[in-house]
Design a protein around this ligand. Structure first.
Ligand code: AMP
Length: 138
């Protein structure tokens, strides 16, 4: 079944569209964390980022800074977060790739992050890096 974002792309569901080209669309989030909260979405219907074609991924990468700059100018915000969730466990609700652009305001409106870092274990990190590099070359 087509995702809600595919239905927006097809024009079957309305949205507050900010940007569109052959490969990407951007529109305001219907439940914003802050004014200007925007979703940048590839037209390719894939659930998670790593599944995208290089062309879709490149188009997203090109669109994100353009749209972000316009949002900052239009809202007056000077800070923002980019959020991109993959998988239900990672809080993805719409299974169609999307990047959130979330302006952050002085009064706290925007994305709230709980960040719990731990010290790196260099031995296991080195093993992991070797493994990932092998996968990248495979
Ligand atoms: P995520 O948890 O990353 O999958 O976020 C999905 C986002 O899509 C949420 O912030 C929703 O508010 C937003 N959303 C869902 N349906 C629509 C819609 N029809 N138009 C705009 N945004 C939507």
């Amino acid at each position: 079944m087509a995702s809600i974002f595919t239905r927006i792309i097809r024009g079957e569901v309305p949205c507050h569209k900010l940007f569109e080209n052959e490969l990407v669309i951007a529109f305001l989030d219907v439940n914003p964390l802050s004014p200007g909260h925007t979703l940048v979405v590839p037209k390719q219907e894939m659930a998670e980022l790593h599944m995208l074609s290089p062309a879709s991924a490149a188009a997203l990468g090109a669109a994100l800074p353009l749209v972000a700059a316009a949002i900052l100018k239009a809202t007056g915000a000077t800070a923002y977060n980019i959020l991109q969730n993959n998988g239900a466990m990672a809080h993805q609700e719409v299974m169609h790739v999307h990047f959130h652009i979330i302006p952050k305001y002085e009064d706290g409106r925007g994305l709230a992050i709980t960040w719990k870092p731990s010290a790196i274990d260099h031995a296991s990190a080195a093993k992991l890096a070797t493994h990932v590099k092998q996968e990248l070359c495979a």
